[in-house]
Design a binder for this molecule. Structure first.
Ligand SMILES: C[S@@+](CC[C@H](N)C(=O)[O-])C[C@H]1O[C@@H](n2cnc3c(N)ncnc32)[C@H](O)[C@@H]1O
Ligand SMILES: [Zn+2]
Length: 356
């Protein structure tokens, strides 16, 4: 047992058995997820909610931080009695009055409970088993994490198909594709219950993919934005569309694809601006600023500097800032992307990027 500080919260946590955390760790506390928790707090401060359900709480790092910093009611839950003991200890340690904790299996709790303005699903692995009931019990915003990124990004395509009902694509923008597949899977459950779930803020960090959804009534908008991204391995051409194309219009090569997935925007610019107004750490501000820039360019996927240089046999890899500047000079939008340090998001086509 040891203590960690996260923002204004002091947490008692249990030492993991290995340096690489796994399900077997008695009560999961992941320091790498600190960024995710800070972004969640900034998100919550930027929207209006009166209560918060932390469905899978572990040590309570997420829910208790929300309870400590926001005047809203928080319900924490974990199936593991050891986790619940620890959460109770952490509630007392921080003198928190607006949080309660229960010890139930997540789906049992979801079946019995009233609706919450915000529900957070932060599992170890895929969130799919909790989605059907969670979408029915959320009234404003739903936060969903997946740490199942090897399935979503195409290392295990069969697992992706089985769990997320979509074909992944392992290429330079595989983590964005993974997030778009995750979004579609959450929306599947929404559509089933006539609930529209629109992504308003998404990010990928290390092995974490996380999306915040706004509950709306516009099911048609969701349907209109489900489709495929087609990709040419030969020339790096790509395009998202409602229907799958078979051959590359640029080089006539055979196209690969990912989908179905969400082909609409994965960010709401107004929410990003509001998140930037909150008291956030230097690292999270830097990440948010990067996201703010790429969110202005509505594309599915991005290019990778090294992949282009290799494919088009450029003698030296140019500086990324220089490439972005050159694309902008040609009249296109271009920015870095938080998904990859060598990624470029742009509305320019591959013939612009591959030109000498
Ligand atoms: C990844 S951890 C949650 C991390 C936490 N949100 C944080 O920020 O530190 C997942 C937790 O879900 C709990 N859990 C797994 N399956 C569950 C289920 N079916 N019902 C309730 N809790 C469950 C585990 O005991 C574990 O503590
Ligand atoms: Zn091609």
């Amino acid at each position: 047992m040891y203590y960690v500080n996260e923002g204004s919260l002091k947490l008692s946590v249990i030492e993991p058995k290995n340096t690489r955390l796994s399900k077997k760790d008695l009560v999961f506390y992941n320091p790498a997820a600190k960024i995710s928790r800070e972004l969640t707090l900034a998100f919550l401060k930027s929207v209006k909610v009166k209560d918060f359900l932390d469905l899978l709480s572990a040590s309570g790092a997420m829910g208790l931080r929300i309870a400590k910093e926001l005047p809203i009611k928080v319900l924490l839950n974990d199936a593991n009695p050891e986790a619940v003991k620890l959460i109770k200890k952490n509630i007392n340690l921080n003198k928190i009055k607006n949080a309660e904790v229960v010890n139930k299996s997540a789906n049992k709790l979801l079946k019995e409970t009233k609706k919450f303005d915000y529900i957070d699903i932060d599992p170890f692995g895929p969130p799919v088993p909790f989605l059907d009931l969670a979408v029915q019990k959320v009234s404003k915003y739903l936060g969903v994490t997946s740490t199942d990124t090897s399935a979503l990004s195409g290392t295990y395509p069969k697992a992706c198909l089985r769990k997320y009902k979509s074909v992944p694509l392992k290429n330079e923008f595989m983590h964005e594709t993974g997030i778009r597949i995750l979004i579609k899977r959450v929306q599947d459950f929404g559509i089933k219950h006539n609930i529209a779930l629109e992504p308003v803020f998404s990010f990928h960090f290390e092995r974490y993919s996380r999306v915040f959804f706004k509950v709306t009534r516009n099911i048609e908008k969701i349907r209109q934005n489900l489709g495929y991204v087609c990709y040419c391995n030969e020339c790096l051409w790509r395009k998202s569309s409602k229907i799958r194309k078979k051959s590359c219009p640029n080089c006539k090569g055979k196209l690969n694809y990912a989908g179905k997935l969400w082909i609409g925007t994965i960010w709401d610019n107004k929410i990003i601006d509001k998140m930037l107004e909150q008291g956030i750490s230097y690292g999270v501000r830097k990440l948010l600023k990067k996201i703010k820039e790429e969110a202005k360019i509505n594309t599915v996927g991005f290019y990778d500097l090294h992949t282009i240089s290799k494919k088009y046999k450029k003698e030296t890899v140019p500086k990324i800032e220089k490439v972005i500047e050159n694309i902008k000079k040609k009249g296109f939008k271009a920015s870095r992307t938080h998904f990859s340090p060598t990624g470029i998001r742009t509305n320019a086509r591959i013939n612009v990027l591959s030109a000498k």
